[in-house]
Design a protein around this ligand. Structure first.
Ligand code: FO1
Length: 313
């Protein structure tokens, strides 16, 4: 319960691969976005929970950052032959996760309980918590209507103009058990380099979480997912612009300035340091591009350096 990381998908999972090299995995709690969760093939799919769990289990496809490494696609091929949707690439092992999750949820288990069973079954010591056990699907508002984020991102390949983002019923959602406690008891809280709008945003929108981050004694350290005005992966720029945010490390800092104490930006964005410091944040300029295990660990070390009480900031 030492270090809490707010996590989306691929970028956050890669950061966590570095963090587990630097501190004991059992001292880490990942609070993961569930806005990407959706139903397909009548199965409950939790992309970010699975990306974080399977990455930490060493099972993820390293190039893509999602899907199981070396997975086969026999079932999806047949689903296609039978007229089923194949736009979301689900391998055979991946499908086992969704079949099992759906069965356990239907049997009355919570998403937290299922997530804990899966990470224990896969030998992951990091505590992985969904942001909420209540459904909070993220919809992208487009001229064609409100579409689920995964349909926007994967099926429609980000072609639609983004008019806005809607987190359905987020006001009624409750933080999953252990989420608020982890934030209050943490010695350090990290906002992983995830999409500020559709990964970190939904977590902060769950009632109680943002105020817990404002109140915790732990320093809150963010890592910019935007480098040189671009995202390492995914549609962050289009989504930030749609939300009226500046698509830069400064724009991310402005969005989270109230909860952040420290913000790590990449060396290519060093010129933004004064403007971000003007927001009242301590800025660390470092390499934030995680090409391999060494960069992941180095980034984690730069973050953990702030694992001290807020009082001495
Ligand atoms: N992303 C894609 O761009 N294409 C896919 O076919 C795809 C399949 C997929 C299957 C399981 C899973 O856990 C994630 C998957 N993703 C795929 C990633 C996902 O769409 C997003 O990257 C995350 O939801 C964003 O963090």
């Amino acid at each position: 319960m030492d270090i809490v990381t707010l996590a989306g998908g691929v970028g956050a999972a890669r950061f966590l691969e570095g963090l587990v090299q630097v501190v004991p995995p059992a001292s880490i709690t990942a609070i993961v976005n569930t806005g990407d969760d959706f139903v397909l093939h009548d199965l409950h799919i939790s992309p970010d929970l699975d990306i974080v769990t399977c990455t930490l289990a060493g099972l993820i496809n390293p190039q893509q950052g999602w899907g199981l490494d070396g997975d086969s696609f026999a079932c999806l091929e047949w689903l296609g032959r039978l007229g089923g949707p194949t736009w979301f690439q689900l391998g055979d092992r991946d499908l086992a996760l969704h079949i099992r999750r759906t069965a356990l949820l239907r049997a009355g288990q919570t998403l937290s309980q299922v997530t804990r069973q899966f990470r224990q079954a896969l030998g992951v010591a990091v505590e992985i918590l969904p942001m909420s056990n209540d459904p909070v699907p993220t919809l992208i508002v487009t001229p064609a209507g409100d579409i689920h984020f995964e349909n926007y991102l994967v099926e429609r390949r980000c072609r639609d103009q983004v008019l806005g983002v809607r987190m359905v019923d987020v006001a009624a959602a409750r933080p999953a058990p252990g989420v608020l406690e982890a934030i209050y008891q943490a010695q350090l809280v990290v906002l992983a380099p995830s999409n500020p709008v559709v990964s970190i945003g939904p977590i902060l929108a769950v009632p109680g979480i943002r105020s817990a981050l404002l109140e915790t004694a732990a320093p809150v350290v963010g890592i910019s997912p935007i480098i040189g005005g671009a995202a390492v992966k995914g549609p962050a720029v289009a989504l930030m612009q749609a939300m009226g945010m500046e698509a830069s490390a400064l724009g991310v800092a402005q969005a989270f300035a109230d909860i952040l104490d420290v913000f790590l930006i990449d060396t290519v964005d060093a010129h933004l340091k004064p403007a971000i410091e003007a927001l009242g944040l301590t800025v660390v300029v470092t390499n934030t591009i995680m090409r391999g295990a060494v960069e992941k660990a180095d980034l984690a070390r730069a973050v953990v350096a702030w694992k001290i009480s807020n009082q001495s900031m």
